[in-house]
Design a protein around this ligand. Structure first.
Ligand code: GA4
Length: 330
């Protein structure tokens, strides 16, 4: 009889092993950005899943491996060193605690803004003179991934037949854009080996509040997305590709045509997972509402809000909450 798990305060979830209910990668929409059919595939994926994988993304693999190397170096530091960059307020180093509502996960992370000067001033222990490598790896990676996210957003605008191609991408390119960057480390959780019917939450289920998120991980599994009917699907990891999430703000701007995808990460019993995510958000003062050109006589499903108002509400919520509920028209 297996004894009680050693780690208590964390939530275990049902009996779906990371791969027991896996759909294979061909069931996760795959978009080749170099192909002419990419626009229509992106639209279909955003409507059905709010999620897809991209290849031929144009981000140099060298940018990815340099940043991963620096991230691994950072997470290998003694805890006291990492804690010099914490707690996250919301930026900084965090361990197990996520947000301010009591959520926990089997994860440690570094949450940053995409504004480099802020990061360097605030976290001298991370971005010291001697770690010029970390600074430059981060700068190169973020600007390449932001460009790719903008290309994807412009394909979305084209696919939706919106005249102004940069209607979404201009929000990420704005100097005042409130975009975040996150490095996550999910350590292996050996206690899980004793059970073949248990999982531990690495990062609890949630939707991303922003417009678009671009995720890349090493070759360790763990990410799952929720289908419309609520079933969880494991996403096979692919370290050379990116995964795109539709965020709540894009769901609102498309008046619900695109779906903000619910997702979560399960801990692995033997392998570390390292992920890096760019969250493309609008300026704080930006008004978020369904685009009139997408309404065509339809009612707006949402009340208008500023990104600042939405974020304020988000930080008072629990990870799993439906944050759009308050902004829905009844
Ligand atoms: C989810 C998406 C991003 O990781 C994040 C998260 C943020 C945090 O970790 O501080 C939040 C979460 C995320 C949504 C609800 C609030 C805020 C934790 C939390 C409980 C950086 C973001 O923007 O929203």
């Amino acid at each position: 009889v297996p004894s009680k798990p050693a780690i208590e305060p964390f939530s275990y979830v049902g009996n779906s092993m990371p791969n027991s209910n896996a759909l294979y990668s061909h069931q996760i929409p795959l978009v080749d950005l170099s192909k002419p059919d990419s626009k229509s595939l992106i639209i279909k994926a955003c409507e059905e899943f709010g999620f897809f994988k991209v290849v031929n993304h144009g981000v140099p693999l060298d940018f990815i491996s340099r940043l991963e190397e620096e991230a691994v170096k950072f997470f290998s530091l003694p805890l006291v060193e990492k804690e010099k960059a914490g707690p996250p307020d919301p930026f900084g180093y965090g361990n197990k605690k996520i947000g301010w509502g009591g959520d926990v996960g089997w994860v440690e992370y570094l949450l940053l803004t995409t504004n480099p000067s802020f990061n360097y001033r605030k976290f001298p222990s991370v971005f010291s003179e001697s770690s010029e490598r970390f600074r430059s790896a981060l700068g190169d990676y973020i600007s390449a991934v932001r460009d790719m996210a903008c290309e994807v957003l412009e394909s979305m605008a084209d696919g939706l037949r919106i005249q102004q191609r940069d209607i979404f991408s201009k929000l990420l390119m704005d100097e005042q854009s409130d975009s975040f960057f996150r490095l996550n480390h999910y350590p292996p959780c050996p206690e899980l080996e004793a059970f073949d019917d248990r999982n531990m939450i690495g990062f609890g289920e949630h939707t991303d509040p922003q417009i678009i998120s671009v995720l890349r991980s090493n070759n360790t599994s763990g990410l799952q997305i929720s289908m419309k009917d609520g079933t969880w699907v494991s996403v096979p990891p692919d370290q050379n590709s990116f995964f795109i999430n539709v965020g709540d703000s894009l769901q609102v701007m498309t008046n619900g045509r695109f779906r903000s995808v619910r997702h979560r990460v399960l801990a692995n019993s033997s392998k570390s997972r390292v992920s890096m995510i760019y969250f493309g958000g609008p300026p704080l003062s930006e008004r978020i509402a369904p685009l009139p050109c997408l309404m065509k006589g339809k009612e707006s499903l949402y009340k208008e809000f500023t990104w600042f108002e939405y974020k304020k509400a988000a930080y008072n919520s629990r990870l799993a909450d439906d944050r759009l509920e308050h902004f829905q028209r009844v």
